[in-house]
Design a protein. Structure first.
Length: 357
């Protein structure tokens, strides 16, 4: 598929790209560069400066002026959170398709073109997603590959089990589908992406580009998520998703109550795996480590397979690591924690995520 017509010859852009930005001046230049490098040319870029205090808006204006790229717009609003900023940008955009990217993430150059192509080739599909890789703070080295899901069509049950989209910087969605489900839930501060994917999946089919095109940048301190709020809001998202699965009007059709209860248990187990990993991945503190232990306990209660081969030794290694983090001062535990057996013991939490509903 050749590059789309440039907006200079078409008043309405094919794709509206929206960047919600709060104090993103240090990274947004590279993010915008990855949008400007797209092989698909027919887009507009709307940056929503969400009450930044670091000169984010000025940085974006400087880029627009220095490049002479009239496709770039920045709008400053009072801080209202990422969901409100995304919705604000969507409401002021004009494209047939919408795509969102956070102010520190990156796309490969063919991301938009490939996603538009796959949606056009899949009648009935309204959402396209690609694979995600985690990269270092410089955006140069892959530090962890994503789940590389191949799920297509009616994904409501699969997405209830686990967020296989993996990033708010991923999907391309038709404007009509986005508006039909009401956009992002502005009451959520964590899991708002997953919540939207679930509501979309209840009514619309998905298509996948089987290639890593979204680069999630992991920066020092970026993993310091509020895992306690994540836990509370995630459980609400799961409850609502399970309730929708009992509705015969959804794309996947009704799911028997017994099957819904099994799916809920597995979804909650997966969520506690992710929460435990997030708690360990953030800044080290006794409170976070105790919370990680509590979350891992929730996993062990629900998944007895972790005590069986091949996972038993890795389960013991993770419990040992948690005990060292809690009981032994950092200056004394460093040598033990650096050993191969314990160094990446928390990867067990990611390896054992269930992906098949």
């Amino acid at each position: 598929m050749p590059p789309e017509t440039s907006p200079e010859t078409d008043q309405t852009p094919l794709v509206s790209v929206i960047i919600p930005a709060y104090n993103g001046a240090a990274t947004i230049g590279e993010t915008i560069a990855s949008v400007r490098s797209q092989t698909l040319l027919d887009w507009e870029l709307i940056v929503i400066d969400d009450g930044s205090t670091d000169g984010t808006a000025a940085a974006v204006r400087a880029i627009a002026e220095s490049t002479g790229d009239g496709r770039i717009t920045v709008i400053s609003i009072a801080n209202g959170g990422v969901s409100a900023a995304r919705n604000f940008g969507a409401a002021r955009s004009r494209g047939t398709y919408l795509s969102f990217i956070d102010a520190d993430d990156l796309w490969t150059a063919d991301k938009l073109e490939a996603q538009v192509r796959i949606l056009r080739s899949r009648p009935g599909a309204a959402v396209a997603y690609s694979w995600v890789d985690c990269v270092d703070g410089d955006g140069l080295m892959r530090v962890r590959r994503g789940g590389y899901s191949l799920g297509v069509g009616a994904l409501q049950r699969k997405l209830t089990l686990i967020d296989t989209i993996e990033s708010g910087s991923n999907v391309l969605v038709t404007r009509s589908a986005f508006e039909a489900v009401g956009g992002f839930d502005e009451t959520l501060t964590h899991g708002e992406d997953w919540d939207l994917w679930l509501r979309l999946s209840a009514r619309f089919a998905y298509a996948v580009v089987p290639a890593p095109q979204v680069l999630y940048r992991q920066r020092p301190g970026s993993a310091s998520a509020n895992v306690w709020k994540m836990e509370r809001q995630s459980m609400g998202i799961i409850d609502r998703a399970i309730a929708r699965l009992g509705d015969g009007s959804t794309l996947a059709g009704p799911m028997p109550e017994g099957d819904r209860e099994v799916l809920k248990r597995r979804s909650v187990t997966n969520r506690y795996r992710i929460l435990a990993f997030e708690a360990l991945d953030g800044p080290r503190s006794r409170r976070r480590t105790l919370t990680a232990l509590r979350y891992f306990h929730q996993v062990l209660r629900r998944d007895r397979n972790l005590w069986r081969r091949p996972w038993r030794s890795r389960t013991i290694a993770l419990l040992t690591k948690l005990a060292l983090l809690i009981l032994v001062p950092h200056r004394l535990s460093g040598g033990w924690l650096g050993r191969d057996r314990l160094k990446n013991a928390e990867d067990l939490l990611l390896w054992t995520i269930e992906t098949q509903p």
